[in-house]
Write a protein that binds this ligand. Structure first.
Ligand code: NAD
Length: 254
């Protein structure tokens, strides 16, 4: 049930933790009902329960965004529990870093599967509700790695693909009152980067300080820094901004 007010139903993928979670919290604080979607049902429900404790409406759902059947079931559940979703944040993501000569087909396919196949399946399922309501906001999470990053041929290709996908949705869906934009974060202090430091055998605090020294504003980004940019694109006043890529990186590049 979508109301005439500015309160909408928002789906945020990969929102049990990190950037997705901060985004779900921010959209809930902005008055939207939020569907927390993640691989792990328990973690998704725990994140939703914390949002409900603030007085907002949130539900947790387990789904793999790269699984076609799981995505259709997810949309049935969200429509039943919360109403027609008209805000979609495609945030779920993984990394499988390796230099090209060591990159396996599985490293390649799994990264493409979550970022590109997942974004396609979720956006295709969401657009019918948005077209029906003649209003929608799709915000896709790209990355500064889209510009090229050593050891991330798979991830860089996927995150550049996200940008082409976003611009095409802006062209196709604009006539229905739907905007599509991308947020491209630089270095953000989340579990994803903690795992990188761990894999490299570097202390997390040393790793993030080293990174911060290369960033013009001299700090790493927080999940809230990204959530703020997503909330801007998801909001009621940005209907004339579409097909844009906003780098949230503490400088022109991270
Ligand atoms: N952390 C950074 O520096 C950074 C920079 C640029 C872009 N990003 C992008 O931002 C997004 C969020 O990153 P993060 O740092 O918060 O990561 P994170 O690893 O902390 O969280 C990602 C979440 O996505 C979920 N997820 C993974 N695969 C999924 C799937 N198939 N279906 C549903 N959920 C799935 C995970 O379970 C996890 O909860 C990702 O798309 C990432 O590529 C992150």
């Amino acid at each position: 049930v979508n109301h005439a007010s500015s309160e909408k139903v928002a789906i945020v993928t990969g929102s049990a933790r990190g950037i997705g979670r901060a985004t779900a919290e921010r959209l809930a604080a902005d008055g939207h009902s939020v569907a927390i979607v993640d691989l792990d049902a328990v973690a998704a429900e725990a994140a939703a329960a914390e949002i409900r404790a603030t007085g907002a409406t949130a539900h947790g759902y387990a789904a793999d965004v790269s699984d076609e059947d799981a995505v259709s079931e997810l949309f049935e559940s969200v429509v039943r529990d919360l109403g027609a979703p008209t805000i979609l944040v495609n945030n779920a993501g993984i990394i499988r870093d390796n230099l090209l000569f060591k990159m396996s087909v599985d490293d390649w396919d799994s990264v493409m599967g979550v970022h590109l196949r997942g974004m396609f399946l979720m956006s295709r399922a969401a657009q019918s509700h948005m077209v029906e309501q003649r209003w929608g906001r799709i915000v896709n999470i790209s990355s500064s790695s889209a510009l090229g990053n050593r050891g991330q041929a798979n991830y860089a290709a996927a995150k550049a693909g996200v940008q082409g996908f976003t611009k095409t949705l802006a062209l196709e869906l604009g006539p229905f009152g739907i905007t599509a934009n991308a947020v491209a974060p630089g270095f953000i202090e989340t579990d994803m980067n903690r795992a990188v430091a761990e894999r490299l055998g570097v202390d997390w605090d040393d790793y993030r300080k080293e990174f911060a020294s290369t960033i013009p504003v001299r700090r790493g980004g927080s999940p809230e820094d990204v959530a703020h940019a997503v909330a801007f694109f998801a909001g009621p006043d940005t209907g004339f901004i579409s097909g844009q890529i906003l780098y949230v990186a503490g400088g022109p590049l991270a």
